[in-house]
Design a protein around this ligand. Structure first.
Ligand code: NAI
Ligand code: MG
Length: 475
């Protein structure tokens, strides 16, 4: 393994305020209650800023501002709305380095990923949906599709700014207005986005950002003047949201968890498959809903593939997320680390064999080494439950039919990967896998033009692409 000198990205480019209010009607306002929360850097446990906790009355103010702005925004020609959204996309590109550093600090993800994956995709999403704003009558949803009204959007902490983009860009393009609640551990890029809305001269109230935890999210979801709820997060909270809106007129999209199978056949290019497996489960510390957390490998090549995988994992660098050489950053929170530890201990207790490369762990912050479990049975918790960490469960199969059966043996159905040189086998597999996305000889590839979403407990509705417009239109 090569020794690398430290190559830290400078954090001077970001200007974090000691304390943030709520962004309502285009202004920064103080919350009506006393509630304050802190957001930390999970790599150092250092407090980055104090953030307001929005109560029910604050959420109500934000929804009212969005309601008022809806009159203006929805009446604007699509070509005018597009100008604002294009402007937002360009400002994001101009400020990409700053936003990438801020995301890495608040979330713990490696700067290399924030810089090369998150930020380019965030900008691409706004560009893509800006392009739809004046073409909605050609999107296949009737000659004159109408917006829904006020969208209440709740997002998670794994891709904070990217999930904001997935939610806000299509909502605005379709003529809706938004109240968005970021996750409590990663509010800072959403608050920076509020500044970007001001910079873009977006009419006040079109985008409102309210910070806080689950209670704030619940208040937003149940607010009677919200027309559309969009949520990404845990299946458990997704269920609560589905119950909360049941019987109301609210339209809902839920993007929940996953337990994706990454399936490697004996004829696959194994070195490429190894890279795909690493990207599938160790990208973003495995905090990825569509992560390839179950490796299904054909028995005849299992040993060879696992040897190659372990060699590759021994070269991964874990540590300072702002170092440009870092591959594995910090786990986002103490709570998430506890969950990963608990499930990994369950894996050992149930009889699977645990392996990690030797890898120094920093003293401060939340860390978990890349981990591989072999000898995993389908009944094991680590084969069934979403770990949402850098932990891979390996199972084997003999025939394509067995691979399909094992891959589909999960309550989830968000994504899958298939590695084979044979086109016919690829298509045979893809038509049988119950997963919203099936990647062919690759994994974790995203593009704003491509719809994303799940089957079964992975949720309902699609985000991205032309399909993603439907969730924000009365069709
Ligand atoms: P969570 O579902 O509690 O949090 C996601 C968002 O929902 C946050 O903004 C949170 O404040 C909000 N929220 C929490 N309770 C709410 C409620 N009752 N009503 C409305 N909003 C509410 O997820 P958490 O606890 O951070 O992570 C737990 C597990 O969920 C993870 O270990 C992982 O397995 C899964 N998860 C899946 C994600 C995905 O992308 N599908 C993202 C984050 C977590
Ligand atoms: Mg944080």
């Amino acid at each position: 393994m090569f020794e690398y000198a430290p190559a830290p990205e400078s954090r001077d480019i970001v200007d974090i305020k000691p304390s943030y209010g709520l962004f309502i009607n285009g202004e920064w306002v103080e919350p009506l209650g006393e509630g304050r929360d802190k957001t930390i850097n999970p790599a150092s446990e250092e407090v980055l800023a104090e953030v307001a906790v929005a109560g029910e009355a604050d959420v109500d103010r934000a929804v009212q501002a969005a309601r008022k702005a809806f009159t203006v925004w929805s009446a604007m020609p699509g070509s005018e709305r597009a100008k604002y959204i294009f402007r937002i996309a360009r400002i994001i590109q101009e400020r990409a380095r700053e936003l990438a550093v801020l995301e890495s600090l608040d979330n713990g993800k490696p700067i290399r990923e924030a810089r090369d994956v998150d930020l380019p995709l965030v900008a691409a999403h706004f560009f893509y949906y800006a392009g739809w704003a004046d073409k909605l009558s050609h999107a296949g949803f009737g000659p004159s599709p109408q917006p829904l009204g006020v969208a209440g959007q709740v997002i998670p902490w794994n891709f904070p700014l990217l999930m904001l983009a997935w939610k806000i860009a299509p909502a605005l393009a379709c003529g809706n207005t938004v109240v968005l609640k970021p996750a409590e551990t990663t509010p800072l890029t959403a608050l920076a986005f509020a500044e970007i809305c001001r910079q873009a001269d977006l009419p006040p109230g079109v985008v409102n950002i309210v910070t806080g935890a689950g209670e704030t999210g619940a208040a937003l979801v149940r607010h009677p003047d919200v027309d559309k709820v969009a949520f990404t997060g845990s299946t458990e909270v997704g269920r609560m949201i589905a119950r909360s809106v049941a019987g109301s007129r609210k339209k809902v999209t839920l993007e929940l968890g996953g337990k994706a199978a990454n399936i490697v056949f004996e004829d696959a290019a194994l070195d490429q498959a190894v890279e795909g497996i690493v990207n599938g489960i160790f990208f973003n510390q495995g905090h990825v809903c569509c992560a390839g957390s179950r490796l299904l490998v054909q028995e005849s090549v299992a040993e060879e593939l696992l040897d190659a995988l372990k060699r590759r994992l021994s070269t991964l660098r874990l540590g300072d997320p702002l170092d440009k050489n870092t591959d594995i950053g910090a786990i986002n929170s103490a709570a998430q680390l506890a969950k990963i530890r608990e499930l990994s201990e369950a894996g050992e207790a149930e009889g699977a064999e645990r392996w990690s490369p030797t890898c120094p762990i920093p003293d401060k912050g939340f860390w978990f080494p890349p981990t591989v479990f072999t000898g995993v049975a389908q009944s094991h918790r680590i084969a069934r439950e979403e770990i949402f960490g850098p932990v891979l469960s390996v199972l084997t199969f003999r025939t394509p039919a067995e691979a399909v059966e094992k891959a589909n043996n999960t309550p989830y159905g968000l994504s899958a990967g298939v590695w084979t040189e044979k086109g016919s086998l690829m298509l045979w597999m893809a038509s049988r896998l119950r997963a919203g996305v099936v990647w062919s000889n690759t994994f974790n590839k995203f593009d704003p033009t491509s719809p994303f979403g799940g089957y079964k407990e992975s949720g309902y509705g699609r985000e991205g692409g032309r399909h993603g417009l439907e969730a924000y239109l009365a069709v």
